[in-house]
Design a protein around this ligand. Structure first.
Ligand code: AMP
Length: 411
């Protein structure tokens, strides 16, 4: 088994690794860190929670300490929360040094960010939309990237899909060609494969093929119910499973539903908080930190929380809506059972979802097992949940116009 000492990392980086209590590199770390240190472009595909962030952050910090200058590395992330999380990891891996890492994401002050960029910090972690704004706004900012050594695309399959295409093309055309490009993802899409040919011959490709696409330490369950009474099942599942669960994430497919569910839970006396794109960035950060510090046990989220977020002790993921495809299933469910922990995922399946769930099972090569619930006290539950739902619907339709605000956003 490889040790961190054998990967070619400097003593100060090794010191921080030891301080964090990391003993053995994961498979992707053992394979990709030496390749990155030997100047190769890298594509790394491994299931979620397998230590991908350290795989690129450790060698970048190592190289930066040899010759620190800014802007040395740019790391792109599809979501704002993931950007913050990546920056936090850079900070811990470079603790005790003077390396500076800044986050450039939407929903925050544009001018303040411009000033930060012009000071050329060593590492920038950004979401593509906001970085594009800076690039279009100022040639001086583009110039700050002229010596860039590393470009990292985390959750690369999401960054390379059509919704980010224009932004990414503009950003890439403004970066120096002579650099190392590192791509990481839990799922492979055609765009990732296409990029492999673009990166050139020397690209180091690592795919964790020996194991399943999903985390097998996670128990994959489903509950079948008529669409009409889905909320009732959700409440019953939460009440039953929350007794033995520290933290759980409930995924829904739209912002409006996400907000409705979170408020429904609160109206029923179950403390929950919502995370979606219609919330102010300040509130999104607040929600995430109360979830991380344990003051809120249930996070109701859209797919903004499905990618890469590493929240310790999430023991249960509930798919209120069946994921669109198996990739989305892998990413959502990957919020539990991280690294060597175990977890549970329950997907709510109605009469309209049978084909979708069969296709997910086929693609992940694993059959979901039926969740057995204690006897439902239907009559009582129906009146309790329906009354709470009426209240929430009225609240959301109030002059505050929340419904309008949430309708326009999908994630
Ligand atoms: P990531 O896939 O980067 O989100 O990492 C998932 C979790 O695994 C994070 O909490 C990391 O701190 C942790 N981790 C990363 N590398 C290792 C390692 N070699 N040994 C133990 N835990 C690790």
């Amino acid at each position: 088994m490889t040790t961190f000492n054998e990967l070619g990392l400097s003593t100060s980086v090794l010191h921080n690794i030891a301080r964090l209590g990391l003993h053995t590199p994961s498979a992707i770390q053992a394979a990709c860190i030496p390749a990155i240190l030997s100047h190769k472009d890298v594509i790394g595909i491994a299931k979620t929670g397998s230590g991908k962030t350290a795989t690129f952050a450790l060698p970048i910090v190592h190289k930066l300490l040899e010759d620190p200058f800014g802007i040395f590395a740019l790391c792109l992330s599809p979501t704002r929360e993931l950007a913050h999380q990546i920056a936090e990891q850079f900070m811990v891996f470079s603790a005790g040094t003077n390396l500076r890492c800044d986050v450039i994401i939407g929903g925050e002050d544009l001018i303040g960010q411009s000033n930060l960029l012009l000071q050329r910090p060593h590492i920038i972690v950004a979401t593509p939309g906001r970085l594009l704004e800076h690039f279009m706004f100022s040639a001086d900012i583009v110039k700050c990237f002229e010596k860039l050594q590393y470009l990292v695309l985390d959750e690369a399959d999401r960054l390379l899909d059509v919704s980010f295409e224009a932004e990414l093309r503009y950003i890439l055309s403004n970066l120096p060609r002579l650099r190392q490009t590192l791509l990481f993802s839990a799922t492979v899409t055609q765009s990732v494969t296409a990029l492999q040919s673009l990166l050139g011959k020397g690209t180091f490709y690592y795919e964790d093929v020996g194991t399943s696409k999903i985390v097998l330490r996670c128990e994959h369950l489903y509950a079948f119910m008529p669409e009409r009474i889905k909320d009732i099942y959700l409440i019953q599942i939460i009440r039953e499973l929350s007794v033995e669960t520290t933290r759980m994430v409930v995924f829904s497919s739209t912002v409006q539903k996400c907000e409705m569910l979170s408020q429904l839970l609160s109206a029923l006396g179950i403390r929950a908080s919502s995370l979606h794109s219609a919330k102010k960035q300040r509130d999104r950060c607040g929600t995430l930190s109360s979830f991380k510090n344990g003051s809120v046990k249930i996070l109701v989220a859209t797919d903004v929380a499905a990618r890469g977020l590493d929240i310790p002790d999430v023991e249960l993921v509930i798919n209120y809506d069946v994921p669109m495809d198996y990739r989305q299933y892998i990413h959502r469910v990957g919020r539990t059972a991280r690294f060597d922990k175990s977890g549970r995922a329950v997907t709510l399946v109605t009469q309209y979802d049978v084909t979708k769930i069969k296709s997910i099972e086929q693609n992940i090569g694993h059959q979901l097992r039926q969740l057995t619930l204690r006897e439902l006290h239907m009559k009582h539950l129906v009146s309790e949940v329906f009354a709470a739902r009426r209240l929430v619907k009225l609240r959301l339709a109030s002059p505050a116009g929340l419904n309008e605000k949430f309708r326009s956003k999908r994630r």
